[in-house]
Ligand binder design. Structure first.
Ligand SMILES: *Cc1c(COP(=O)(O)O)cnc(C)c1O
Length: 411
């Protein structure tokens, strides 16, 4: 249904493959293995000559239905699902880079991605962390052995917005693989393909699944990147359509050999959750805007980090690129205010990690998700010691506004 809208296509995508009995949801297929009456067919499935399933670590029909939905959402040529978003990030980088390669990453990253990239450095892959809000900062670090550039759309918790188009243009000119983590915007607010991304990563755990009840991740090939010129594709994967070489190598070397496969039960939960993505996202973004504006006008708050506010350094960029400004914002309370007391005085907002849940969640970032890094490292990522991060849910806006108002007034 290429001419239909985002939500319509997502809701009806399972039916296009005519599932058994006319079921409206792709069933959960828990079987690990698949039997063939003719052993030659089994061999042909292994050799890629025939479509089919062999072993659950590599492919599963329920997971395949979710992958198809993600590809449609991102307008890509194919997707691979993983057990978590981190598994997707790890599979992309470990299978497409090798010792001696260089990559450039935004300094403003999800904490675990930042931590993981430092593991890559121990494996002999050089990583430069730059201020990705400026494409020039990426250009300054280019080397002969640079292979890949990695950015997030809106960074968590500081809400910096990468120069998505500028870096995309740079990568196109230099023939570099451009990987964009779209978790904070989701394909409903923004499609990284339009800015030149070659691969798009999504943590399905967050807004796409949307209910905080299943972990998952995905990588989508946008079709933008010319794999025939990429030196790290192994000879065995250089047959057939060059459009598929990258995903083929990620599937074989990443999913099959490393084994962080998405469970079919989780895939089903995530697929169901994804059906209401645009509704939830629109509502959460509107709620986040109302709360960010309230905080910005309150004396208890010294700074608000939210791309929807005109004073945000990349407000104009967000306005041009994104359908809305996202559902995550952070604040610094006035000096002397206790961030724990503030969180405790909120009644609706839950003190919790995670983001992209239907419920509003708040967390003191330096004391929790960025604790391990220490003050220096946090500073390099733009994370302040008193910063509070909020993932805004779909509650009634009046209740959220009332909750923040009373907590701010007490502060
Ligand atoms: C949560 C998150 C991830 C990792 O996803 P998991 O599913 O938790 O492994 C990656 N990138 C961003 C931006 C995230 O917010």
């Amino acid at each position: 249904m290429p001419s239909k809208g985002f939500t319509t296509r997502n809701l009806h995508s399972d039916r296009e493959d005519r599932p058994e009995h006319g079921v409206l949801h792709k069933p959960v297929h828990p079987s690990v293995a698949y039997g063939y009456e003719d052993a030659r067919e089994l061999a042909e499935v292994f050799q890629g000559k025939r479509k089919g399933y062999a072993y659950g670590r590599q492919a599963n029909p329920t997971v395949a239905a979710l992958q198809k939905r993600i590809s449609e959402m991102e307008d890509g040529v194919g997707s691979i699902a993983f057990a978590t978003g981190m598994a997707a990030v790890a599979a992309v980088t470990l299978t497409l880079l090798k010792a001696g390669d260089h990559m450039i990453s935004s300094a403003f990253l999800f904490g675990n991605t930042n931590s993981y990239f430092r593991t890559l450095e121990r494996l002999g892959i050089e990583v430069d962390f730059v201020d990705a809000t400026r494409a020039a900062a990426v250009a300054e670090k280019l080397r002969d052995n640079t292979r890949l550039v990695f950015v997030e759309t809106i960074a968590n918790p500081g809400t910096q917005i990468a120069d998505l188009e500028g870096i995309g243009e740079l990568c196109r000119r230099q023939g570099l693989l451009y990987v964009v983590d779209n978790t904070l915007t989701t394909p409903h607010l923004f499609r990284p393909k339009t800015a030149g991304a070659g691969l798009v990563v999504n943590s399905l755990t967050k807004y796409i699944g949307g209910h905080g009840n299943a972990l998952g991740g995905a990588v989508t090939d946008s079709g933008n990147f010319d794999w025939s010129g990429y030196p790290n594709i192994l000879d065995i994967y250089r047959g057939g359509d060059a459009n598929q070489w990258g995903l083929l190598q990620i599937r074989k070397k990443g999913l099959r050999d490393m084994g962080a496969s998405l469970a079919p039960e989780a895939a089903h939960t995530l697929a169901t959750g994804s059906e209401s993505l645009p509704l939830r996202m629109d509502r959460s973004c509107a709620n986040a805007m109302a709360l960010a504006q309230l905080c910005a006008s309150h004396p208890a708050v010294t700074r608000v980090y939210y791309p929807g506010l005109p004073e945000h350094p990349q407000h104009q960029r967000a306005r041009e690129l994104f359908r809305a400004f996202g559902a995550l914002f952070s604040i610094d309370l006035r000096p002397g205010a206790d961030c724990f007391d503030f969180l405790n005085s909120l009644e609706v907002v839950v003190s919790s990690s995670n983001l992209g849940d239907t419920r509003s969640l708040g967390i003191p970032v330096a004391h929790t998700i960025y604790f391990e890094m220490g003050p220096e490292w946090r500073k390099s990522m733009g994370v302040g010691d008193s910063m509070l991060r909020f993932s805004v849910g779909i509650e009634d806006q009046a209740d959220l506004v009332a909750d923040f108002s009373q907590a701010l007034d007490r502060c």
